[in-house]
Write a protein that binds this ligand. Structure first.
Ligand SMILES: N[C@@H](CCC(=O)N[C@@H](CS)C(=O)NCC(=O)O)C(=O)O
Length: 345
């Protein structure tokens, strides 16, 4: 009886030890790709609600440019864009939660800056959207240049690059203003919409998005001035190279597909193409996808399920959307913009 009880105790101790090792491994395994495949879904940190970029409808279905990028990563890995799970993160918590492994990737209007890479131990693999900070004012103020904002009350969200640029710009131009800083986006919008402040500053793409949610969107103008560089990029943890490469090349596959004229509609024809660049992208020549830890048809999966860069841009924030933001800098390099993907070869 005693040996039976002893055996039981040893068995229990071994089971507990195995469970502890398994949990620790799951938590501290730095290989996000392995963890993602094991889990069967990509955990994606997105904005709490920004039309055109990431917003849930009343049934909890997310749409937007940043959302589609995560779906493209899920398509590359699982051939299934629905294998992306969206976790809303506000400006303050986003980088900490990525570090804490709450998400595998941040796809959330986040500006790539040097200090964010160095001080948070994070990595911004490639620029998904070239943006810059701007201003919105009520049309009734009749202001058409940021240099005429003297004496304004400017609403801004804390823990953003926006807040720092605002101070720099007004100081450099010797313009007086009153900063009205809020922790939450809802507070910023409410303060602007109720007239507590008479100017709202954010990245220009975000001004287009936020204007849609105001009481009377037509009563507000976005000034032409752009006061900063805001290269918005997905973010991953450092020292996780396999994962970083998948995120980086998912974006580059979408940009290269647009450059080569391959869309979600004509992808089957592209599979029959004899053009070397097309063949390498769609995997009928070479084994680029396998070298990434995926399959040969990884890019086909992205393009078929989600689309090329231009398709994603236009339907979410461009001409096919309520935002209607001109392509501008986000046009391809050979069409007047600066979106430029290294070649797949
Ligand atoms: N690109 C800037 C600004 C990004 C940002 O967080 N903007 C605010 C204002 S539009 C936002 O998206 N807030 C949503 C939230 O915190 O829930 C940055 O990376 O700091």
């Amino acid at each position: 009886m005693r040996t039976f009880r002893g055996g039981l105790l040893i068995g229990l101790a071994v089971a507990v030890a195995v469970a502890v090792v398994a949990i620790t491994y799951e938590r501290y395994d730095t290989k996000t790709l392995k963890r993602t495949i094991r889990r069967g879904e990509v955990l994606c940190g997105v904005n709490t609600g920004l039309p055109g970029f990431s917003i849930p409808d009343d049934k909890g279905n997310w749409t937007g440019f940043d959302v589609d990028f995560c779906r493209a990563v899920a398509a590359a890995i699982f051939d299934d864009p629905t294998k992306a799970k969206f976790i809303p993160l506000d400006a303050n918590e986003r980088f900490k939660e990525l570090q804490n492994r709450k998400v595998d990737i941040l796809s959330r209007n986040s500006t790539w800056s040097m200090s964010r890479e160095t001080s948070y131990d994070l990595y911004f693999p490639a620029v998904a959207y070239y943006d810059g900070e701007g201003f919105m004012t009520p049309r009734s103020r009749n202001i058409d240049s940021a240099l005429d904002l003297n004496g304004s009350k400017v609403c801004v969200q804390a823990e953003t690059t926006t807040q720092l640029n605002l101070a720099d710009y007004f100081r450099a131009n010797n313009i007086k203003y009153q900063e009205m800083k809020f922790a939450k986006l809802e507070e910023v919008i409410k303060a602007y919409d109720t007239g507590q402040c008479d100017t709202l500053t954010a990245d220009v793409s975000q001004l287009y998005a936020l204007r849609l949610n105001l009481g009377k969107p037509g009563d507000h103008v976005i000034l032409p001035d752009v006061i900063s560089k805001e290269p918005l990029a997905p973010v991953v943890r450092e020292r996780d190279d396999d994962w970083m490469l998948i995120v980086k090349w998912t974006l580059y596959a979408m940009i290269n597909a647009e450059e080569l004229g391959i869309t979600s509609k004509n992808i089957d024809e592209a599979l029959k193409s004899k053009k070397p660049d097309v063949m390498r992208l769609v995997g009928t020549e070479g084994n680029y996808g396998e070298e990434l830890g995926l399959t040969r048809d990884w890019a086909v999966r992205i393009i078929r399920r989600v689309g090329n860069y231009g398709e994603v841009y236009e339907r979410n924030v461009g001409s096919g959307s309520k935002l209607g933001i001109p392509r501008g800098l986000n046009q391809l390099w050979n069409a007047g913009g600066i979106q430029y993907a290294p070649p797949i070869r």
